[in-house]
Design a protein around this ligand. Structure first.
Ligand code: NZQ
Ligand code: ZN
Length: 389
């Protein structure tokens, strides 16, 4: 295990009815006038926005509203939010939604107190030194943004989808009521499950020895897969919803990566897919992850072999290492198919993707090398995209 610092200061308020505590929590964290940020309407239709605004009003918290954040959020909405936050003089940003809404809220929180262009933080031109406090009411377990310091925004000019890591934007609190996730269309539940699993993959597939971290990471992955299949049959199973929701946070708040060198090649490669073709991030990952595993296992089989046995439950008896790995990846693909997802990029976007364009953009955003479990050249990435076709 490498040296590490783990500081995860978010207060997680979990369970039935917790959304009604939102106003109190904002006050607890010193918030005054609040920018309420949400998406395309699901939170309005379910009545959640009414519950949240009632909670703010009962605490005497004034608020302004920014709605209409779309999946794979773009910089135009962030600029709109920054202008509104400054005009209204807000001191707190509240995200009600999933990763797209939370990431937009985080970008606004940094941009509203910065005199330059918020994109400076995403393209690496500047480091944020201040941000408005952010709070979250989570409605979809997936991106893990409720407990992470990351936000991912796409710049419309050039379709650059880039992540900014800033500890200042870790949410002060995250309200997590599993019941709120029961209104999700099945495919969104499935995308979320794929995403959280991949957040663990990015940390699990590492060359750093970490027996304890690997053991609980494997337990979370097995549990998520188990509950995913339960939810496929009964989407209203509260216990399964609760496990999946908490797993989504544990997958990405850093606990599964402590003391380890993390990889992140799969994510970086997927971000090109969702930026250029505007598909759901989790849907893209279901195509890239098995292709990445197939490629890296040839150069570095150890952890893929372990994953096949300990997570995908391959019985190793009588099998060679490469057979065990092949079976493990095949079972992972079967799992995605059972969720109703495709593992083919061509099927996902309805045509052959432009691999040259994705590799060019990847190189522009990330440089010439990607990942650590197996460091990848741009030619390697091209091969992985081909394997995912
Ligand atoms: O917009 P509305 O109408 O609310 O609908 C949303 C949206 O269409 C819907 N939805 C959310 N909660 C719902 C619901 N529908 C019914 N009932 C509910 N309870 O779900 C759709 C997807 O929402 P979105 O926020 O886009 O999902 P997700 O949480 O998967 O976020 C994806 C974004 O997060 C980024 C992804 O790249 C993508 O842009 N990521 C952010 C990360 C981070 N900040 O740490 C890490 C991740 O790896 C990821 O890259
Ligand atoms: Zn992700």
């Amino acid at each position: 295990m490498d040296n590490f610092t783990f500081h995860s200061p978010t207060e997680f308020v979990f369970g039935r009815g917790t959304q009604n505590q939102t106003g109190k929590l904002i006050k607890q964290y010193g918030g005054g006038k609040t920018l309420l940020v949400y998406g395309g309407g699901s939170a309005e239709r379910s009545g959640l926005i009414k519950q949240i605004t009632d909670s703010l009003k009962s605490e005497g918290i004034d608020f302004a509203v920014l709605k209409g954040v779309k999946p794979n959020p773009t910089d135009d909405k962030v600029y709109e939010g920054i202008a509104l936050a400054v005009k209204e003089g807000v001191t707190f940003v509240l995200a009600v939604g999933g990763g797209s809404v939370i990431d937009t809220a985080k970008a606004i929180a940094m941009g509203a107190v910065y005199s330059g262009d918020f994109w400076d933080f995403y393209c690496g031109k500047a480091t944020p030194v201040a941000a408005l406090p952010v709070g979250v009411v989570l409605t979809i377990p997936a991106a893990g943004s409720e407990g992470s310091p990351n936000s991912v925004i796409t710049k419309l000019d050039g379709l650059h989808k880039v992540s900014c890591r800033c500890q200042l934007t870790r949410p002060k609190f995250a309200v997590m009521n599993p019941e709120l996730t029961m209104s999700l269309p099945w495919e969104q539940t499935a995308y979320g499950i794929t995403d959280m699993l991949c957040h663990i993959f990015e940390r699990y597939f590492s060359n750093t020895p970490a027996q304890l971290v690997n053991a609980y990471s494997e337990a979370i992955m097995r549990d998520v897969m188990d509950n995913a299949l339960t939810l496929k049959i009964n989407p209203e199973d509260y216990e399964a919803r609760a496990d999946v929701m908490w797993a989504g946070t544990l997958a990405h708040n850093g606990i599964c990566g402590v003391g380890k060198e993390e990889d992140w090649a799969t994510h970086r490669m997927e971000h090109e897919v969702s930026a250029i073709y505007n598909v759901a991030h989790g849907a893209g990952l279901a195509c890239i992850a098995p292709a990445w595993l197939t490629f890296v296992a040839k150069r570095n089989p150890d952890m893929v072999w372990k994953f096949a046995i300990n997570v995908m439950s391959v019985n190793p008896e009588g099998l060679e290492t490469d057979q065990i790995i092949e079976e493990g990846i095949s079972l992972l693909k079967d799992f995605y198919h059972d969720l109703g997802l495709t593992t083919s990029l061509t099927e996902l976007i309805g045509k052959e993707p432009d691999i040259d364009a994705m590799v060019k953009s990847l190189e522009g955003n990330m440089g010439k090398s990607l990942g650590f479990y197996v460091p990848l050249t741009m030619d390697d990435c091209r091969e992985i995209y081909k394997l995912a076709l």
